[in-house]
Design a protein around this ligand. Structure first.
Ligand code: NAP
Length: 287
């Protein structure tokens, strides 16, 4: 590809729309066969403005797909024990098919303990260690929604992964780590980077597929991108700015996700779709 040619944009909104339509179809089938409406419980602890917005968006998408959003809110001073008890109640509630604990949670709460209280069959946000283990091993799972959504985008745009050199920048349990595993399972050769990685720019320069999951605005520079590489920007920083310096990266990449409109819509759509699938499994409906 000519270096001055601009990359094609990956349209996450359009694919997310299809995923949501398919989830709505699954929900209709479940309702028709069982008379039960699938339900997603969203738990919000505290009043972090971004988390308030995210849970509201998730409930709206849930409703749009024909499901029942169950809204659970706790004050910021809630203890880990209280939160775990509430999650156990939802785990035992047969009318709740998916449980989402919005994070970050307030500091005193032990997030990992709370996540682990979610049973794997209702872990539609893919946050438990059991789910991550399944993802690593390539077993069926409701995977963490952002990397699963990214894989869906890569498939939709026919990105060759077999033998490709992929780099994932960021190793969080909900993003970088499952992302690297999913790429390995598709036979890419993966470099997983973090804050102690040396010569990051040189590592990025080798990659055919770049996944940015750092949480630092415009951190990945355009001149690090190999001409023709596929660039996926999972970053979502204050001011709606990605982790990639989009204006310079677009000059070298072949395909690139915009922020907003790339990865973000796929994350929520994947959550809704996995909730429909969880309900189908729990209720014994083939969708
Ligand atoms: P996180 O938990 O803060 O993890 C950030 C990762 O980046 C860590 O592994 C960290 O390394 C690494 N890192 C930090 N500085 C670095 C540096 N200088 N060089 C290389 N790596 C560095 O963040 P996250 O939850 O994974 O989220 C990452 C980004 O994705 C954020 O912008 C977030 O808003 C966004 N996000 C978007 C969606 C969506 O739906 N679009 C969903 C989730 C997250 P260490 O492990 O060494 O600290």
């Amino acid at each position: 590809m000519n270096e001055t040619q601009q990359a094609k944009l990956i349209d996450g909104r359009s694919l997310a729309k299809h995923v949501l339509e398919d989830a709505a179809r699954k929900v209709e089938k479940i309702k028709a066969e069982t008379g039960i409406t699938p339900s997603l419980a969203t738990i919000l602890v505290g009043d972090d403005p971004a988390s308030v917005t995210y849970t509201r968006m998730k409930r709206k998408r849930c409703k749009d797909a024909g499901m029942i959003p169950r809204r659970i809110e706790f004050p910021a001073e809630t203890t880990t024990e209280e939160l775990v008890a509430a999650i156990h109640d939802l785990a035992n509630d047969r009318l709740v098919h998916g449980i989402l604990l919005q994070h970050p949670v307030p500091k005193p709460i032990d997030k990992r303990t709370a996540f682990e209280a979610i049973p794997v069959e209702k872990d539609v946000d893919g946050v438990t260690s059991a789910t991550l283990g399944r993802v690593i091993l390539g077993m069926p799972a409701f995977a963490s929604c952002t990397p699963r959504g990214i894989m869906h985008l890569l498939e939709a745009y026919d990105v060759e992964l077999l033998g490709a050199e992929a780099i994932v920048i960021g190793r969080s349990p909900i993003l970088g780590r499952p992302m690297a595993s999913m790429l390995i399972n598709r036979h890419a050769t993966v470099t997983l980077c973090h804050s102690h990685t040396r010569s990051l720019a040189n590592l990025v320069r080798r990659a055919d597929v770049v996944i940015a999951a750092v949480g630092k605005p415009r951190f990945i520079k355009g001149d690090w991108i190999k001409p023709g590489a596929v660039v996926i920007d999972a970053g979502y920083n204050e001011g709606v700015i990605g982790d990639v310096d989009f204006d310079t990266a677009i000059e070298r990449a072949s395909l690139i996700t915009p922020v907003p409109g790339g990865v973000g819509p796929m994350t929520i759509a994947t959550l809704i779709d996995q909730t429909a699938d969880a309900a189908a499994l729990q209720l014994g409906v083939a969708v």
